[in-house]
Design a protein around this ligand. Structure first.
Ligand code: SAH
Length: 452
């Protein structure tokens, strides 16, 4: 096989990253933007030892799974990967991604429950982080990153976000142009405006506007605050986040409140939840409620259990279970999120929940040393999963059940595999789609202590 050769073939598989795969003379060829069943002419663009890459020259007969993408930026933007495939098929693929992870990586055979899909693949996000950059002519632009890159694609309206977000972005970018606030340059750490970060409470409609800047420009932003508060209903908080570092981590540690509160409130599983800019909050609220419902069901609470909620963020999961548990203890590393969690317990009249700030592994290890014996441990780690110390401490505490909530099936499967060697059987896995259109999928896993 050689570069620029053209072959006629049929796409027979899809990767977890949404790339179609066809097989030509026994060699796998990855072809982005295709669907299983597409009959295509493919041009080979890169040949490696064991596989190749190609691009579509012509679709001879489209797959039955294909739909017309409902987004004009779909080809360039790195956000979604399934918009050319119908949602039913997307859900099947996501189910398979989860199943493959547990069977192949985890070498486990739990029961797989059918995936819980979203009502819509549009407008479900409550949060957006738009990178700001300059175009070829140095003009300030704002949008999303192109596929597998840090080049910003200018996007006026992302269909995953609430409509009001594009109006807010417009106001901010026009203001930056007028006041000559320069876009940030990642390559040499110059310029000022890095990201526009917006949140909107799904039920409350409260809006937070957070401007991520390299250095303090609060004085230059006074006029912007006036425009936002006058022109956008629902704005409750305007914050400037200062991130001086040359890094692709979006937020810095320091927040300056420019107007209003330092938090917005939303409702999650019937609880009022205060969230700061630095606190994690699931981006798809109704689907997160379903996810937490499953976690609660898997926890099998009867009213007496001691629940340890590791990686608890603003306390959402533990608080959703507190009425059915004896006590809840949450652990989280971001101080602002822990403050939110404590306040959230208070404003909802939940007296049996406590929160500790610190590294999950270190705190869990300390709790194990103090002979804390939770009945149920919830673990909802970031994408990289739990570390060894956390897993060891979990095992020392000897809970009857571990409920893992994960946005990365691969690391969840790896952690379940480790736990399987330490006396925990992976009973069942519930995939939940919180991120329709994109390549991400969430899952809840129930592990139980093997009875000796
Ligand atoms: N359970 C929460 C948050 C889940 S996201 C919810 O559903 O909203 C994962 C959380 O883990 C984030 O809040 C992140 O700040 C936190 N985190 C990341 N690394 C951590 C660590 N080493 N120790 C404790 N918490 C950590």
């Amino acid at each position: 096989m050689q570069k620029n050769e053209i072959y006629q073939t049929i796409v027979d598989d899809l990767t977890a990253e949404g790339q179609g795969v066809c097989h030509i003379d026994g060699m796998a060829v990855f072809v982005p933007g295709t669907a299983v069943g597409d009959e295509i002419k493919v041009r080979i663009v890169k040949v490696l030892k064991n596989y190749s890459f190609g691009i579509v020259e012509e679709i001879i007969k489209p797959s039955a799974d294909r739909v017309e993408p409902d987004c004009v930026y779909y080809k360039q933007c790195g956000g979604c990967i399934f918009r050319h495939i119908n949602y039913k098929k997307e859900l099947e693929i996501k189910e398979k991604i989860v199943k493959d992870a547990f069977e192949r990586i985890g070498k486990l055979g739990p029961a797989f429950l059918p995936i819980i899909g979203c009502e819509s693949r549009k407008g479900y996000r409550n949060k957006a982080q738009y990178p700001v950059s300059a175009d070829k002519n140095g003009k300030i632009i704002c949008g999303f990153y192109a596929k597998r890159s840090h080049r910003v694609v200018s996007i006026e309206n992302c269909i995953l976000q609430p409509d009001i977000f594009s109006k807010i972005v417009d106001i901010i970018i026009s203001y930056a142009k007028e006041k000559k606030i320069s876009p940030y340059k990642e390559d040499n750490n110059t310029g000022v405006l890095r990201h526009i970060y917006l949140r909107k409470g799904h039920y409350s409609d409260e809006i937070m506007v957070c401007l991520v800047v390299r250095k303090d420009i609060s004085r230059e932003l006074k006029g912007l605050v006036k425009q936002l508060t006058e022109q956008v209903t629902g704005v409750k908080s305007i914050v400037m986040n200062i991130n001086p570092k040359q890094t692709n981590v979006i937020l810095g540690r320091k927040n300056v409140i420019l107007w209003g509160n330092d938090t917005i409130v939303d409702i999650m599983c019937g609880n009022e939840i205060l969230i700061s800019p630095l606190s994690f909050y699931q981006v798809n609220t109704p689907q997160a409620e379903k996810l937490y419902e499953v976690a609660k069901e898997f926890a099998e609470l009867t009213g007496n259990e001691r629940v340890l909620d590791l990686y608890c963020g603003a306390g959402t999961i533990g608080l959703s279970m507190a009425h059915e548990a004896g006590s809840v203890l949450g652990v989280e590393v971001i101080p602002e999120a822990v403050e939110n969690a404590k306040e959230n317990a208070k404003i909802n009249g939940i007296g049996n929940a406590k929160f500790i700030c610190g590294d999950a592994g270190e705190i869990a290890n300390k709790l194990a040393g103090e002979k804390m014996l939770p009945d149920v441990i919830i673990a909802d780690p970031p994408r990289k999963g739990c570390d060894e110390q956390t897993i060891d401490a979990i095992c020392k505490m000897n809970p009857k059940r571990i409920v893992m909530v994960s946005c990365n099936p691969a690391t969840a499967a790896r952690d379940c595999f480790i736990l399987s060697k330490k006396g925990y059987i992976t009973e069942k896995v519930q995939p939940v789609d919180l991120f329709g259109g994109t390549g991400h999928v969430e899952c809840v896993v129930l592990m139980s202590k093997v009875q000796k």
